[in-house]
Write a protein that binds this ligand. Structure first.
Ligand code: UD1
Ligand code: CA
Length: 453
């Protein structure tokens, strides 16, 4: 197979999405649809990628980032015109794979097969076609005998051509020189007044180039997203593909229809995912965990034998045998050790919690470093923010924090120290001490009788 680069068309607005957001940025589970197309092109072996942007180009470029090159199509004058905007990118020996940013279900293996067939047959261009019972809207592949003749768009087709059920998927691979020289002859003399990329195939054929057709095995891969309805359909297909992959890998999904897992998530075998989970980003979950029901895990690492119940975590790290929830919230940069218990209504942010510590109920730990086997009483608050700056708390091993303690940062609690319930701690506590920081109780005996209340 000769090497190839990819051009991805993403300049259109997507009017039918009825949205402020450009079409290709709408998400399938956790990633914009154009990201899937980029990932699959890379998986197929594309050595370089140029995304053609136009409508709200700044937003599209910012979202995609710097892993691709960009071409700008300021005015949308057609798919052929769009590819031309790749400019210099088209020069060189490598073949040019062309596909659309709004077909997120395309598979890398199919693109690879296309590139292999293109090179094995020595074609100047190879197009992927599919057979549809209801071909309306698509460009029709017109053959003469077995061979490619031309592609006719719906709006330009005669009644006889409209009856043709073999359609253009919009995925092609070109010899770069054939494509570039076809552009010189491309016109917009058609019903839509656009420069159609599809016309380059007929031009190449007329110039003596060989045009190949690869019939798609699975039409769902070429589902183009034009509306929120189709976005929902594509989400269902993608969800099923991803969930099937994990189940075949030994992950138990109790209700796959009601479990959302992002494409880049990794999960170990014998982990049980209960209904209502949303697991996204670059999350890694180990083996033998129980996740859910109803948990959201974003870009986090969860090691083995961890239980997470009805909780949310973002950018967090949870070590082996730890339990989280119900109703816990682990915010970015929370690093939690082994055999830790993070209980109900506990929030952790930008903190390390070492092995064996228990934060069981109604507690906020922010900007803190907590040692091993610490016990937090119910209702502890690290007071980390003075309205302007954030400060850290340091809590040594085996500390016992009494219920309803405020730890006003910056403050350090020495190893094995105690705080009395209801204390507001503002000074460091030496190790092995008891800190009491509340007013003493006074009992006024007979007060009720004396005051007559
Ligand atoms: C195109 C094909 C049609 C094929 C269908 C498959 C042409 C002329 N027709 O039709 O044969 O069956 O795809 O889905 O190519 N785009 C730009 N700039 C433009 C125009 C389009 O970037 O000036 C992008 C769009 O954002 C979209 C893609 O190209 O991602 C396809 O364009 P669209 O207008 O949807 O083409 P179709 O009419 O669907
Ligand atoms: Ca389309």
């Amino acid at each position: 197979m000769s090497s190839f680069k990819a051009v991805i068309l993403a300049a259109g607005q997507g009017t039918r999405m009825k949205s402020k957001v450009p079409k290709v940025l709408h998400k399938i589970i956790d990633k914009p649809m154009v990201d899937y197309v980029i990932d699959e092109s890379i998986a197929a072996g594309a050595s370089d990628i140029c995304v053609i942007v136009g409508h709200q180009s700044a937003m599209v470029k910012a979202m995609i980032g710097d892993r691709v090159k960009f071409g700008l199509q300021a005015e949308q004058l057609g798919t052929g015109h769009a590819v031309m905007q790749a400019g210099e990118f088209l020069n060189g020996d490598e073949d040019i794979l062309v596909l659309c940013g709004d077909t997120p279900l395309i598979k890398g293996e199919t693109l690879k097969k296309l590139a292999e067939m293109h090179s094995a047959e020595g074609n100047s261009v190879t197009v992927v076609s599919m057979l549809l019972d209801e071909p309306t809207g698509y460009g029709r592949i017109i053959r003469s005998g077995d061979k490619f003749d031309k592609i006719v768009e719906q709006k330009d087709a005669s009644d006889e051509e409209k009856a043709c059920k073999e359609v253009n998927t919009g995925v092609y691979i070109f010899k770069s020189a054939a494509l570039v020289s076809a552009f010189d002859k491309l016109t917009n003399n058609n019903a839509q007044g656009e420069y159609y990329l599809t016309d380059t195939l007929e031009i190449i054929k007329n110039d003596g180039g060989k045009v190949g057709i690869m019939q798609a095995e699975d039409e769902t891969e070429f589902l183009g997203i034009n509306s929120k309805l189709q976005l929902g359909e594509a989400t269902r297909v993608m969800k099923r593909r991803i969930n099937d992959f994990h189940m075949l890998n030994g992950v138990t999904l109790q209700d796959p229809e009601n479990t959302y897992i992002g494409k880049d998530v990794k999960i170990g075998s014998d982990t049980l995912i209960l209904p209502g989970c949303y697991i996204e980003g670059k999350t890694e979950i180990g083996s033998d965990c129980i996740i859910g029901p109803n948990s959201r895990i974003t870009s986090s690492t969860v090691r083995n034998c961890v239980t997470v119940q009805n909780s949310t975590m973002i950018d967090a790290y949870i070590d082996n045998y730890t339990t989280v929830g119900p109703y816990a919230y682990l915010r970015p940069n929370s690093k939690v050790g082994e055999h830790v218990r993070i209980g109900d209504f506990v929030e952790i942010k930008n903190s390390t919690i070492d092995d064996g510590t228990k934060v069981s109920h109604l507690t906020y730990v922010g900007d803190s470093d907590v040692g091993k086997c610490v016990n937090f009483g119910c209702g502890t608050v690290t007071v980390n923010y003075d309205g302007k700056n954030k400060f850290r708390c340091k809590i040594g091993d085996n500390v016992f924090i009494g219920c309803n303690t405020n730890l006003v940062a910056p403050v350090e609690v020495g190893a094995s120290a105690y705080t009395a319930a209801g204390s507001t701690i503002t000074k460091d506590i030496p190790e092995n001490s008891l800190a009491i920081a509340r007013s003493r109780q006074e009992n006024k005996e007979g007060w009720r009788i004396k005051t007559g209340k």
